[in-house]
Design a protein around this ligand. Structure first.
Ligand code: BG6
Length: 512
């Protein structure tokens, strides 16, 4: 048995943590191990945790799938995935230890007897490997199977054990408020809320976690962080990727369900919430829910006032030709699924009353940028005369990705005999300030789930309020009965309608 304290000492990523932050012995059971999420994200996240000595001691990984694979086949496939996707590459010694801890179990998801067999295998592995019946189940399967699989896990008794049993699921958690509630009820028939870990991978990003640290570990920003000083806040998730091979999922989903309902609302919650009394999961979730509940729900008939949608047409992104969304594989030729959406939300509380939050996201845009931009109110007057130029309102930009960092933009005097104002940047960059590698979001989240720490996961009521708010928009759009959405050429910054829409408020989008 490895001494946990030594592990901590050897590892810079564990700086500041103590032995209570080393997870106890456990088995990680990945349902859908033969699928895309497991291949792209989970295998390399687990491998990198093993590489950094952060996995429980001892640990076992059990891959579960419908295919007739063996332990050897799983190890082979995973080694290819890790070599391709891992941020640290693949190291033979680490890999062989990791591979020895990995097993495959075939399960037809609708056959209860297969779940019993899985249970027997897990018991046997517990005995052989000393994993003490602590089990983390990851449902990396199509979301329409969540209820069924959770039901069978319950029926076969796999929702409980002599250790802990936790389950991780990931969005989409429903399609709208009703379906999200049904899913939650089905899960709650089998699991207690504190056993359920709802992943939003944005919460695992270093820069998103840093929003809270920036706000609550510094004294100079928070006094300005309110309606007295801030004119508006823009949250952008711009993607260069198009729908690619995900047509079937995306056409059912669209930008609102794919990005806004989860990732963007989570970021917004962290930007706008009050400081929690204590930095623990319950208090953080409480504050986020309080914030989300203060967002003014729109009346569906006002949807045109509070949102704009668009769909990309043919164009080129980063020099590559992109075909129109409507011409893409698995997309209905008359689809009205949005690939771009912009919303305005108002938060009716003391801190934020009348400060608009503009949210936008889109596929096939010219640049991959995720950021939060706070625009401050202007100076009360122009002191330096016309020739100096009008002061530009200050901006504070939290750059979530890429080029992670924080920028403050302010006016300075241009050197010379006359007074002339010029906007300059004060910049913090993660890349240059810290010499440690940044873990992937899934590494952090898997580790937290193993530690039983749900701070960076979404609680059921957070997801519920988010759906309450977003369903108003979905209903409003459905009632509009639009048969063709505003188009924007792939490689442009969204439909011109989005610019006109924000200009009606006397504002404009930040140029990225
Ligand atoms: C996923 C969405 O949740 O987030 C994808 O389903 C999107 O459509 C992705 O591309 C963006 O994540 P990231 O980490 O690349 O910003």
């Amino acid at each position: 048995m490895v001494n946990p304290v030594n592990l901590l000492a050897e590892n810079p990523l564990r700086e500041g943590l103590d032995e209570t932050n080393v997870p106890v012995a456990a088995t990680i059971v990945i349902f859908g191990v033969t699928g895309d999420l497991a291949a792209r994200k989970l295998s390399s996240a687990l491998y990198n945790l093993a590489h950094d000595n952060l996995l429980p001691q001892p640990y076992t990984v059990v891959g579960v799938g419908r295919r007739d694979w063996t332990d050897e086949k799983l190890r082979d496939e995973m080694s290819k995935d890790v070599a391709k996707f891992s941020r640290t590459g693949i190291n033979d010694t680490v890999w062989s230890g990791f591979a020895e801890s990995m097993f495959y179990q075939q399960v037809q998801f609708d056959k209860v007897e297969d779940y019993h067999k899985l249970g027997e295998r897990l018991d046997q592995l517990d005995r052989e490997r000393g994993t003490q019946a602590n089990r983390l189940f990851y449902l990396a399967i199509p979301p329409d199977l969540y209820s069924e699989v959770a039901g069978f896990l319950g029926e076969s008794g796999l929702n409980k054990s002599d250790g802990y049993t936790r389950i991780i699921i990931e969005k989409p958690l429903g399609k709208d408020l009703d379906s999200a509630r049904v899913l939650n009820q089905n899960l709650r028939k089998v699991y207690q809320e504190d056993q359920i870990y709802r992943i939003d991978h944005y919460l695992g990003k270093e820069t998103v976690q840093n929003i809270a640290v920036f706000r609550f570990a510094n004294a100079i920003f928070e006094p300005l962080w309110n309606r007295n000083y801030i004119d508006n806040i823009q949250i952008t998730v711009a993607e260069t990727v198009s729908v690619e091979s995900r047509g079937q999922y995306y056409d059912e989903s669209g930008a609102m369900r794919d990005i806004i309902q989860n990732h963007v609302l989570q970021v917004l919650s962290l930007v706008a919430m009050e400081p929690p009394a204590v930095w623990n999961a319950m208090d953080i979730h409480d504050e986020k829910v309080k914030l989300l509940r203060a967002i003014r729900p729109i009346d569906p008939s006002e949807v045109g006032q509070y949102s704009v949608r668009g769909q990309y047409s043919e164009g080129s992104v980063e020099g590559k030709q992109v075909k129109a969304y409507l011409q893409s594989d698995e997309i209905a030729p008359n689809s009205t699924t949005e690939t771009y959406v912009a919303l305005k939300l108002l938060i009716d509380n003391w801190r934020w009353a009348d400060v608009p939050f503009y949210l936008r996201t889109g596929k096939a845009l010219p640049k991959r940028v995720t950021e939060v931009a706070l625009k401050f109110r202007n100076t009360p007057l122009t002191l330096f005369g016309k020739a100096a130029g009008t002061p530009t309102p200050n901006r504070l930009i939290l750059r979530i990705q890429p080029d992670e960092g924080i920028t403050i933009r302010f006016d300075a005097k241009l050197p010379g005999q006359a007074v002339k104002l010029r906007e300059v940047n004060m910049d913090f960059r993660y890349g240059t300030s810290f010499g440690v590698p940044t873990p992937e979001a899934y590494e952090r989240l898997l580790l937290d789930a193993l530690l039983g720490d749900s701070k960076l996961f979404a609680r059921d009521d957070e997801v519920d309020v988010a759906w309450v708010l977003m369903t108003r928009f979905l209903e409003g759009w459905a009632a509009q009965g639009i048969t063709k959405l505003p188009q924007y050429p792939a490689g442009s910054w969204g439909p011109t309608e989005a610019d006109e829409w924000i200009e009606q408020d006397g504002r404009s989008w930040r140029r990225l």
